[in-house]
Design a protein. Structure first.
Length: 192
């Protein structure tokens, strides 16, 4: 008794490339890494607080552009995400406009409000630094103390969000992604 199509199945199995599994693994890893970047950026952008504002959140593109993906390949099955965890300068939030205070006794712009997009910064001003960049500055304390660049803190939110989301996605979605990628590679390589 002969099995119908046995010769074709043996021929297909012999013709399989040894790169099918590594390529499927690389594709699954790349999909998981890009999903981690997308979900992590959305979470951080939603939860970030800007200065002493009542407005919460940042544009997602500002957070997403701080992460870079080095894709996995069949000969290097590691996808790495490099994240710029430095604080975000306030000047990057949009176009700036100043609302001056006309109060009596307000000198040197004290009491003025600087608006950058939907965000407000009290007692802040824009200045060109020695390196040629324009930044939003604010006096740290009394008039005799130095001034400092106004920044949005992102180090802790980025670290927490990306580690939590990557662990969750690896546990929940990685088996499904691997099986789908392997089926797709088999579909591509098998003769019909």
């Amino acid at each position: 008794m002969s099995v119908k199509g046995l010769e074709r199945a043996i021929q297909n199995l012999n013709s399989l490339s040894r790169l099918i599994v590594p390529e499927a693994t690389a594709k699954a890893l790349n999909r998981m890494a890009s999903r981690t970047i997308s979900q992590g950026s959305k979470a951080v952008a939603k939860e970030a607080t800007v200065d002493d504002n009542r407005k919460k959140g940042l544009p997602v593109r500002l957070v997403r552009q701080r992460s870079r993906l080095r894709k996995a390949r069949h000969d290097r099955p590691v996808a790495s995400i490099k994240i710029n965890r430095g604080n975000l300068p306030a000047i990057k939030l949009g176009t700036a406009r100043v609302r001056l205070s006309r109060k009596k006794g307000a000198r040197n712009g004290a009491g003025s409000v600087l608006k950058i997009g939907p965000y407000t910064f009290r007692n802040a001003f824009i200045q060109q630094l020695a390196n040629g960049r324009w930044q939003v500055m604010r006096r740290v304390g009394q008039a005799r103390y130095p001034i400092d660049v106004v920044k949005v803190p992102l180090e802790t939110p980025l670290t927490v969000a990306f580690t939590a989301i990557s662990k969750r996605l690896i546990e929940s979605d990685m088996p499904k992604e691997l099986s789908a990628a392997l089926k797709n590679q088999l579909r591509i390589h098998l003769k019909r």
